[in-house]
Design a protein around this ligand. Structure first.
Ligand code: MLT
Length: 270
């Protein structure tokens, strides 16, 4: 647990003293969504996976939140931990929106970016209206009403068929989100800026990982980012929807390890 400058206690998971890898979770999840990465990437990186405000074990801070604030919460945490910079910032979906903002605000701290199951664009007017509707639903019927509506869209059809245990795990994480977290993060996503103009200016290596069967954010969004980011690589993960790191952890982790080794050399050597 770490006391931060905003007067709330922020929980996080950490591993060892290799080059740092910050893992920023999606909505409405928590650092637990990174369990296969925390388990397998510790030999390659110091893995730091915060629970964003309102999620997991971090305090249920009242909203509205902003993507900038969420990026700054992560920066405060890494500062507090005295993490040697620069490090790799990886974000999935909403975590990707935060990773791009983190890069805009602290480019000197970032040696590489991993953008998973995310997009660069802002919400359309319909998308913004959808956020407000979801926030109303959460206020009227509880945060789990939002996660229950999202669960059937989070993974590939094959995952629902073949891996009920994984679906249960995702459901457990999603249903632990607080009302403040859900409402606050919906406002942050609704009001986020368009990151498309940033893409051409990114001057660190970028790994884009996307589930081939993602219906929440279609793979065309990943392809568009790949075209716009000069030094980028795209890995399309077969038989994965919006949670490729959980649905196909070996493919996801191998791509991350290759990326880390390209950046830092053979990081697994003692
Ligand atoms: C997420 O997984 O973080 C969200 O689905 C992203 C979004 O709703 O834009």
């Amino acid at each position: 647990m770490s006391e931060n400058d905003n007067d709330f206690v922020m929980a996080f998971q950490d591993s060892c003293d290799k080059p740092a890898l910050l893992l920023i979770h999606g909505f409405p999840l928590s650092s637990s969504m990174w369990t296969p990465q925390i388990e397998d990437l510790g030999d390659y990186a110091r893995v730091i996976a915060p629970d964003l405000r309102g999620f997991g074990n971090t305090d249920s801070v009242p909203g509205p939140y902003s993507i900038t604030q969420l990026a700054d919460d992560c920066a405060d945490l890494l500062g507090h931990l005295n993490v040697a910079t620069p490090f790799v910032v990886c974000g999935l979906s909403m975590g990707g929106y935060i990773a791009l903002e983190f890069y805009r605000r602290y480019p000197e701290h970032v040696s590489g970016l991993i953008l998973a199951a995310t997009r660069a664009g802002a919400d359309s007017p319909e998308g913004k209206a959808g956020r407000d509707k979801a926030a109303e639903l959460a206020k009227n019927e509880g945060a789990t009403a939002v996660s229950a509506g999202m669960l059937p869209k989070m993974m590939a059809a094959k995952t629902y068929e073949n891996d009920p245990e994984l679906v249960g795990f995702a459901q457990e994480i999603m249903s632990s989100a607080s009302l403040n977290g859900v409402v606050g993060a919906l406002a942050a996503m609704r009001d986020r800026i368009d990151s498309t103009p940033t893409l051409g200016d990114i001057d660190v290596p970028v790994l884009i990982i996307h589930g081939a069967d993602d219906t929440l954010i279609p793979p065309t969004e990943a392809e568009a980012m790949h075209k716009a980011i000069p030094n980028s690589e795209l890995v399309l993960v077969p038989d994965a929807g919006h949670l490729p790191n959980l649905e196909q952890p070996d493919i996801f982790n191998d791509a991350v390890i290759d990326f880390l080794e390209d950046l830092f050399g053979d990081v697994d050597e003692e």
